[in-house]
Write a protein that binds this ligand. Structure first.
Ligand code: 13P
Length: 341
């Protein structure tokens, strides 16, 4: 199951101890006749894998675990999520270097956070291979998918294809896809539903333009996007969704306030929390209070270690969807450290 990374780093002492533990688990699993036990990452409890799923492939077992983890989570203590959206950056060779750099910084403290790397589609296999080999408990996600499982859709990638290369997450409805590639609310909804039906985690992006914000219409606009994206989902399917609030005018602009800045043209923590709370209320209206309490809401838009503290302290913000800063090992790992508390 665990693929071998080319040019992997020397494991440090803790990793070696973990490897020894995993090796002992593998032997125990063979003796006990539990085929999937040996594939479980060290930080995840083997008893979480339902016995009915014991015969499925290693990757499918990992998806099953993700689902159990969501179900069992205490709704009042949502686990933070830091996801890196690499956008159209990094060749497959460069993606190995970046993911290896991030994986090298992995520490046990990171178990308090869900960390996801979303490279370009062509890099998914390489990144998954690096992370899987290191057993660093970091997941891989895609930046887009098609809602059909296969067919005549030139240039598209289906959810079964993403699963096959180890992805467990998919970003949907990013403003760049909506603005540059004509993705509509209805297409976003088809993708979100297809992902939930495939037990695949969706990071659903919403966010207003500066014109909408200036017109005082941001809350209504964003909540309408949430309603459209989650239409037709039941509470159970909604468990696969995370919402990322990304004000379009703050993406890649640096227009996100550090605690010292009180300039009106910057996104303030207060504004972001106000929208995140409205998103949660909308989700409650759609699929119920419990599902809304469980659902993670992220902030995205020029988030970096210097301004992350304020966002992470907000009651309704559970992490970040990171663009530019996810391409720098120091910055991305710094954000994970902040989210680890
Ligand atoms: P930046 O962090 O570069 O502003 O990008 C945010 C984003 O679009 C993440 O999806």
């Amino acid at each position: 199951c665990s693929a071998r990374a080319v040019g992997r780093h020397q494991p440090h002492a803790e990793t070696q101890r973990m490897s020894f533990f995993v090796a002992m688990c593998c032997i125990a699993s063979l003796l006990l006749g539990m085929p999937c036990f040996s594939t479980v990452r060290t930080s995840r409890k083997p008893h979480n894998v339902a016995s009915a799923r014991a015969q499925v492939s290693c990757r499918k077992a990992r998806h099953a675990q993700k689902r159990l983890r969501f179900n069992e989570r205490n709704p009042m203590s949502r686990k933070p999520l830091i996801a890196g959206n690499w956008k159209m950056n990094k060749t497959p060779a460069e993606s190995v270097v970046l993911s290896q750099g991030i994986s090298n910084r992995y520490s046990r403290k990171w178990n308090k956070v869900d960390v996801v790397l979303c490279p370009p589609t062509i890099d998914l296999r390489s990144v998954f291979t690096v992370l899987d080999f290191d057993k660093s408990n970091i997941d891989v996600g895609a930046q887009n998918c098609h809602w059909e499982p296969s067919g005549a859709f030139t240039g598209e990638t289906s959810i079964p294809m993403l699963k096959d290369v180890g992805a467990a997450w998919c970003i949907v409805g990013h403003s760049e896809r909506r603005d540059y590639f004509g993705e509509t609310d209805s297409m976003v909804n088809k993708k979100v539903r297809a992902l939930a039906e495939s037990s695949f985690n969706a990071i659903v992006c919403v966010g207003e333009s500066l014109a909408v914000r200036d017109a005082g219409d941001a809350v209504r606009f964003v909540c309408d996007q949430v309603r459209a994206a989650l239409a037709g989902l039941d509470a159970h399917e909604a468990e696969y969704c995370t919402i990322a609030y990304e004000p379009i005018w703050a993406i890649g602009t640096g227009r996100t306030a550090t605690p010292e800045q009180a300039i009106l043209s910057f996104v303030s923590v207060k504004q972001a929390e106000e929208i995140a709370a409205a998103i949660r209320a909308t989700v409650a209206d759609l699929v119920g209070e419990q599902a809304a309490a469980n659902m993670r809401v992220l902030y995205g838009g020029s988030m970096k270690p210097e301004n992350a503290d304020g966002f992470m302290a907000c009651p309704n913000i559970d992490g970040g969807l990171i663009g530019g800063a996810s391409l720098k090992v120091e910055d991305f790992c710094g954000l994970v450290e902040i989210a680890s508390g």
